[in-house]
Design a binder for this molecule. Structure first.
Ligand SMILES: Nc1ncnc2c1ncn2[C@@H]1O[C@H](COP(=O)(O)OP(=O)(O)O)[C@@H](O)[C@H]1O
Ligand SMILES: [Mg+2]
Length: 355
C-alpha cells in the first residue's frame, strides 16, 4: 500500500567540480511533516529537486515506498511541488492553473471542476477562480500554487520556501494554515526553509543542512535542546546559544576565571571545551563574571543585552533591565542545569544526564 515514505541513501551530487551534496541519508516517514533546514546554499533545494525527479544524483539511491525511483521521471512519482516563486501560468485563470495537473493526468473533464472547487475552498480562494495570477495579491498567488499542488491528492507534497515571498504577518498566518492543511490531507510533506522558526513550528522532524551535509536529524525538541554539534548549536535559536571557551575539571566548569559547578560530572576527560548557553539561561548575578554592556535592545516582551566578555559577544535575555549604561559593567552567571558542553576539537556534544 502506497503511503509516502522517502529514503535517500548515500546521495552525492556534483555541479562540475563543486560537490553540492555529500553523502545524504534520510528516512522520511509516511505522513510526517519533514523540514530541510539550513542556510542558503547548503543543498536543500537540490535535495528536494532530486526527490521530485528534477535532478538525478551522481551516486546513491532514492526510494519512494521502497521502490527505486532514482532515475524515474517526475510524472511517475505522484509528487506535487510548490516552488518559492509559485510558477503559476500567467496567461491562465486561477481555475485553469489549478486544473492543469488534472488535465495532464487525463482526468475526465466532468470530474475536474468539482475537484478544482474543492481544492480552492481548502485554501479559501474559491471566489477568485476567474482571475489571472497577475490580478492576485502575493498571498492569493501562494494559495493558488497550494491549490494546484493538492488538487491531485499526491502521495508526496514538496514545498520549497513557500512562504518566503509573503510579508511577515501573512507568513505567520499562512504557516498555521499550512500545518492544518497538511494534517487534514494526511500526506507526507517535505518542506525546505532557511527559517528555523518555520522548521521548529511546522515540522514533526527536521534535517539540519550545512555545506551539502546533514548535521543532525531529529524532532524540533531534540535539535533545539540537544544540538549534536557546535555547528548546529550556533545555527538554532533566535538568537542562537552563546558559545564560549571553557575549562572542564570534573564537574567544575571555568569560563574566564569564573567557576560554575555543574550538577553532574560529564563523561569527558576534561580540559578545554566549549560551553553553550542560551540567552535566556544567563542571569544577572552581582557575584558573577564581569562583562561590558555594548548595547541593550528592548524587544517589548524582553530585553536583549549585548555584552562583551573579553572579545566574546554574549547575548542575554532578561525580562527587564534598568541597570548599567553603555560601556558600563554588567555581572552575569550561567544556570548550571542549562549549560551545554561540546568537545572543542571534534565539535561534538558532551551528553548531559538529560540526554
Ligand atoms: N544547476 C546548478 N549548477 C551549479 N551549481 C548549482 C546548481 N544548483 C545548485 N548549485 C549550487 O549548489 C549549492 C546548493 O544549492 P541549493 O541546493 O540551491 O541550496 P539551498 O536550497 O540550500 O540554498 C549552491 O552552492 C548552489 O550554488
Ligand atoms: Mg533553496
Amino acid at each position: 500500500m502506497a503511503n509516502g515514505r522517502v529514503n535517500l541513501k548515500g546521495i552525492y551530487k556534483r555541479f562540475g567540480s563543486f560537490v553540492a551534496l555529500k553523502h545524504i541519508d534520510l528516512d522520511i516517514r509516511p505522513v510526517e511533516f519533514f523540514a530541510l533546514l539550513g542556510p542558503s546554499g547548503s543543498g536543500k533545494t537540490t535535495t528536494l529537486r532530486m526527490i521530485a525527479g528534477l535532478e538525478t544524483p551522481d551516486e546513491g539511491v532514492i526510494e519512494v515506498d521502497g521502490e527505486d525511483v532514482t532515475f524515474a521521471p517526475p510524472a511517475v512519482r505522484d509528487i506535487a511541488m510548490v516552488f518559492q516563486n509559485y510558477a503559476l501560468y500567467p496567461h491562465m485563470t486561477v481555475r485553469d492553473n489549478i486544473a492543469f495537473p488534472l488535465k495532464m493526468d487525463k482526468v475526465p473533464s466532468a470530474d475536474i471542476e468539482p475537484m478544482v472547487v474543492r481544492a480552492a475552498e481548502r485554501v479559501h480562494i474559491e471566489h477568485l477562480l476567474h482571475r489571472r495570477p497577475g490580478q492576485l495579491s502575493g498571498g492569493q498567488q501562494q494559495r493558488c500554487a497550494l491549490a494546484r499542488a493538492i488538487v491531485r491528492q499526491p502521495k508526496l507534497f514538496l514545498l520549497d520556501e513557500p512562504l518566503s515571498n509573503l510579508d511577515a504577518q501573512l507568513r505567520l498566518q499562512t504557516r498555521v494554515e499550512l500545518k492544518k492543511l497538511q494534517r487534514s490531507l494526511n500526506v507526507t510533506a517535505i518542506y525546505v526553509t532557511h527559517d528555523q522558526e518555520e522548521a521548529m513550528t511546522l515540522a514533526d522532524r527536521m534535517a539540519v543542512f550545512l555545506d551539502g551535509q546533514i548535521l543532525q536529524v531529529g524532532t524540533p525538541d531534540e535539535v533545539f535542546n540537544r544540538p549534536r554539534t557546535i555547528a548546529v548549536a550556533s545555527f538554532i535559536g533566535s538568537p542562537p546559544m552563546n558559545l564560549l571557551p571553557a575549562i572542564l575539571e570534573g564537574s567544575r566548569l571555568t569560563v574566564a576565571g569564573h567557576v560554575t559547578e555543574l550538577p553532574y560530572t560529564p563523561a569527558h576527560p576534561g580540559g578545554a571545551v566549549t560551553m553553550g548557553i542560551r540567552p535566556s539561561h544567563v542571569r544577572l548575578d552581582p557575584d558573577g563574571l564581569a562583562t561590558r554592556l555594548y548595547l541593550s535592545e528592548n524587544l517589548g516582551e524582553s530585553v536583549l543585552l549585548n555584552l562583551y566578555l573579553d572579545d566574546h559577544l554574549v547575548k542575554v535575555r532578561v525580562a527587564s533591565f534598568a541597570g548599567a549604561g553603555e560601556d558600563e559593567s554588567v555581572a552575569i552567571g550561567f544556570e548550571p542545569e542549562a549549560i551545554h558542553l561540546f568537545d572543542t576539537e571534534s565539535g561534538l556534544r558532551i551528553p548531559t544526564p538529560q540526554d
